[in-house]
Design a protein around this ligand. Sequence first.
Ligand SMILES: [Zn+2]
Ligand SMILES: [Zn+2]
Length: 132
Amino acid sequence: MDYALTLKKHNLKATPQRLKIVDILYKNGHLNIDQLYELLLKKFPSLSLATIYKNINTMCKKLFLQEVKIPHQKNVYELSKNEHSHLVCSKCSSIIDIDLDTSKILAQAKSISNYKLYESSIVLSGICPKCT
Ligand SMILES: [Zn+2]
Ligand SMILES: [Zn+2]
């Protein structure tokens, strides 16, 4: 993957720091800000947490990154991709992507509530195969 090119496609300057963020998220999947910070410090020892926050926010605004809200945990970040759901292990906190057909849930919610629905974010908690 050409990280620089993908950044430019989202109107984001390909700074060394951003390139590293993309690289880390590409290799590690979903990470919260602390985990990201720790990995970034290895390459940029003088980096401040505030700078990362700013960078992550900008990248989210440009829809390059997505913030995933996990119940009882810090928000995690991932590279934007097609809509998908998440499975979270309550023992080891690992998070994986899962493609679920949410159309029935959405249709049901719509008919019950009359809401115009435009977004669904489904996080299922359980225990992963490694931890059972
Ligand atoms: Zn687990
Ligand atoms: Zn995901």
